[in-house]
Design a protein around this ligand. Sequence first.
Ligand code: FES
Length: 111
Amino acid sequence: MTDEPRAFAMVIEPNGHFVAVKDGETLLEAALRAGLTLPRSCRNGTCRACMCRLVDGEIAYRIEWPGLTAEEKAEGWILPCVALARSDVTIDQPDAREAAPDPRPARPRGF
Ligand code: FES
């Protein structure tokens, strides 16, 4: 038996981006770490900018009261900025993009 942290797979439809979600990491954090951009603003579950649908899998929330109504939750809407994977998941976020590389040349810190 190992003590390696668990990770789940996340597929972001409709483009089929594949991201590993580490234990304790939100779906948004996992996507950003993988070089993808998703709609977002507050990152604390209140603004709803990141709202998208969970197509498959299970999530839990990092906060007690994510900014969704009971009806929205029942319809499959989630807030990836505060959602933790509890299984492999598939979400539907048509606005997911690969982050553009920074065109500026690297500069030493402190300048
Ligand atoms: S970024 Fe504001 S609710 Fe997710």
